[in-house]
Design a protein around this ligand. Structure first.
Ligand code: 2AM
Ligand code: CA
Ligand code: CA
Ligand code: CA
Length: 280
């Protein structure tokens, strides 16, 4: 079998498991949740996060025993988060855990797939409304089967910007966070939105519903699937310094147009987070 055909088969499997996992999350929203915290009191995790990740990884591992897996909850449990040349699945079982806890309807399952450190496809399933975003490198990006196209807006004063707050809430970090937002708001942009799900925010860039997204402190599982979807929809996904995206760096700027991405890059003062692939 050609590699491309093989990845197409992997994508089909990813779509099926993302739907199954997403429906499980949708059911779990209605149940009582057991909530605890991880690195900080606002870094929430529930039993469902672990259960959904276990389901996704065990299903994929059975089907593709030679593949590698990076998942948010496995990494939290101490598994190494390193991208090798081997086919690697990069999984966020519940993106928007805080939203999930509050039944705020912005929660997704995200499954990305990389080979030789290059992202090959991405699948993101919106657990509340069943919207499915998919893309395969070189084959376009789709929302429920309809082709996606990013916004071609180049004028920052007509842009809608998305971001997320991140885990660090100390006064200095919050000052930088608010300073970055103030700079963008005084461009002036049309508005800034924080929806609580990095992956769904990035899907809104892919669909042209917003012009740019930036975040410090997200993880490789927040960006892997979405990066393919945005690129295949004609957008750019880069580092906050303006250089190429480094999946493990915990920094990203995504935009419909290079002009908007460049503008955002120029406004940002960095917030520093440790890399995903640091030694535990
Ligand atoms: P998560 O729900 O999978 O943890 C809003 O908080 C967005 O930022 C979500 O997509 C969330 O992903 C992500 N995020 C990443 N790291 C986070 C952290 N340590 N605390 C809170 N949110 C985090
Ligand atoms: Ca989390
Ligand atoms: Ca996430
Ligand atoms: Ca998560």
């Amino acid at each position: 079998m050609e590699e491309g055909e093989c990845w197409a088969e992997c994508l089909d499997v990813a779509v099926r498991i993302a739907r199954t996992a997403g429906q499980l999350v949708q059911e779990a929203v209605k149940q009582e949740k057991s909530v605890s915290s991880k690195s900080t009191p606002t870094d929430l995790v529930t039993e469902a996060d672990q259960q959904v990740e276990d389901l996704i990884i065990s299903t994929l591992r059975e089907r593709f025993p030679s593949h590698r897996f990076i998942g948010e909850e496995s990494s939290a449990a101490g598994e190494k988060c390193v991208l090798t040349d081997n086919p690697t699945w990069i999984i966020d079982p519940i993106d928007g855990t805080c939203n999930f806890v509050h039944s705020f309807p912005m929660v997704a399952v995200s499954i990305g797939f990389a080979v030789k450190k290059e992202l090959e496809f991405g699948v993101i399933y919106h657990c509340f409304d069943g919207t499915l975003y998919t893309a395969r490198r070189g084959h376009g990006a789709f929302c429920n089967g309809v082709r996606l196209q990013v916004s071609k807006e180049k004028d920052m004063s007509k842009a809608l910007i998305l971001t997320e707050i991140g885990a660090k809430r100390d006064p200095n970090t919050l000052d930088i966070f608010l300073g970055n937002m103030k700079k963008l708001l005084s461009a002036p942009v049309h508005g800034v939105r924080i929806i609580g799900s990095s992956t769904l925010a990035l899907c809104h860039i892919a669909s042209g519903a917003a012009e740019a997204y930036y975040q410090y402190g997200l993880h490789c599982w927040d960006i892997a699937a979405a990066a393919v979807i945005i690129r295949e929809a004609g957008g750019c996904v880069i580092d906050t310094t303006g250089g190429p995206l480094d999946l493990m760096s915990r920094r990203v700027v995504a935009a419909g147009s290079q002009e908007i991405a460049d503008y955002v890059v120029q406004q940002l003062q960095p917030i520093s987070y440790g890399r995903d692939d640091h030694d535990p």
